[in-house]
Design a protein around this ligand. Structure first.
Ligand SMILES: [Zn+2]
Length: 391
């Protein structure tokens, strides 16, 4: 097997520059691809501090791809000298995606993807965790190791030829990185219309204006409508009688204070406990506005300019803009899941499935999801990959 390019263990994108039509994706927007680190149990001489309780793995300084690609990376030390300190095991680049003599594996991950993981961890602190929830960076590393092990087991039933290529360039996931996996060849294959896969998921200068541009004015007659949304309609009301009389009798400001700590879905479930609670916790446009602007609705908008959004809300409340906005529809658009699991086995290709998905996405783009910023679509893709990771 000749030398091949390797890809990020989280987003499945290259660790080097890519070529796309500059009108669709300017070179500036792909710089993030070259910035990556390696995580693993190896004690790199340069370590990024990440808390003393998580010493079971390490994060290296910035890496780079040596000439000739292959499953190797160089890592700079503090003086910028590649690998000069790796004396114990000789000079040479670090091998990734391959178990070393003590059975540990190194994974290359973009700095941007590590940042998304950090945001997901912060967001998760406010969610209800389960036993399989990934709560720390170390948990993430464990999930990567488990997936690597699954990949190894999967090769046992493959033909030698398939097995040799499987997992060589990166971790293999059932989701195929929601489109990125199909472009792994000897090197990354840039295909028109898929440049969003390589769009910077962190620096999105137009984020706030993109989000606000999706806010449509409400027709006049529905300004005061407070119909319940179908967002959580899959949950049935399980009790006709209120199990929470105590809550029902609380003063409004106390009830509001309590619900301000709850996730959006929990408030919806709570108000379904009784007619009184449903009446006291109205789900109208203002409710959805508050869920969006408090940052509780979705976790991937950490850098939304909330002040700018609040200004809009203030104008709305004071009737200055002379129009009301459809926050409910915006909430639906923000919560919609655009990336579904391809129903494919690990060892098979993803191309046909994703071709169909692309066509589907284009159709959706003509609807209320206007992808002004392809970086935001990519962020949502990586966010979903990170959310999928379970111990
Ligand atoms: Zn990545």
């Amino acid at each position: 097997m000749g030398l091949v390019e390797i890809f990020c263990a989280i987003c499945g994108c290259p660790l080097q520059g890519v070529e796309y039509d500059p009108d669709a994706l300017p070179k500036e927007g792909t710089k993030w691809l070259k910035e990556f680190r390696v995580i693993g149990k190896t004690n790199f001489s340069v370590r990024i501090s990440h808390g003393t309780s998580e010493l079971n793995f390490n994060i290296s300084a910035l890496g780079s791809i040596p000439a000739g690609n292959g499953p190797y990376v160089d890592i700079e030390d503090t003086n910028g000298v590649s690998n000069a300190w790796r004396l114990g095991s000789g000079y040479g680049p670090w091998q990734v995606y391959e178990a070393d003599e003590i059975g540990t594996v190194l994974f290359p991950i973009h700095t941007a993807c590590l940042s998304i993981i950090q945001h997901a961890l912060s967001w998760r602190k406010h969610q209800t965790p389960s036993a399989s929830s990934v709560m720390t960076m170390e948990d993430f590393y464990k999930v990567l190791c488990q997936q690597h092990e699954r990949n190894s087991v999967a090769t046992e039933t493959m033909s030698p030829e398939t097995a040799a290529a499987f997992g060589l360039q990166g971790l293999e996931w059932e989701h195929g990185y929601y489109g990125a996996r199909q472009f792994w060849s000897q090197e990354w294959e840039s295909e028109d219309q898929w440049e969003w896969l390589c769009a910077d998921p962190i620096k999105i200068p137009t984020l706030t204006s993109d989000i606000l541009s999706r806010l449509n004015p409400l027709p006049r007659e529905s300004h005061s409508a407070t119909q319940e949304t179908a967002l959580f309609s899959h949950t049935r009301i399980t009790s006709q009688h209120s199990p929470t009389p105590f809550l029902e009798e609380l003063p409004t400001e106390v009830l509001d204070h309590i619900t301000s700590f709850l996730q959006t879905s929990s408030i919806i479930y709570l108000r379904r406990c009784s007619k009184t609670l449903a009446a006291r916790l109205p789900i109208g446009q203002k409710f959805w506005r508050e869920q969006i602007l408090s940052g509780r609705l979705v976790g991937y908008l950490w850098d939304l300019d909330y002040d700018q959004c609040r200004q809009l809300a203030l104008e709305e409340d004071e009737g200055m803009a002379n129009k009301a906005w459809d926050w409910n529809r915006l909430a639906k658009s923000l919560m919609r899941d655009y990336f579904n699991e391809p129903d494919l086995e690990l060892s098979k290709g993803y191309t046909a499935e994703w071709q169909a998905r692309l066509e589907n996405m284009n159709l959706k783009c003509k609807g209320d999801w206007v992808p002004g910023s392809i970086g935001l679509i990519n962020r949502r893709r990586i966010w979903k990959i990170v959310q999928n990771m379970k111990l």
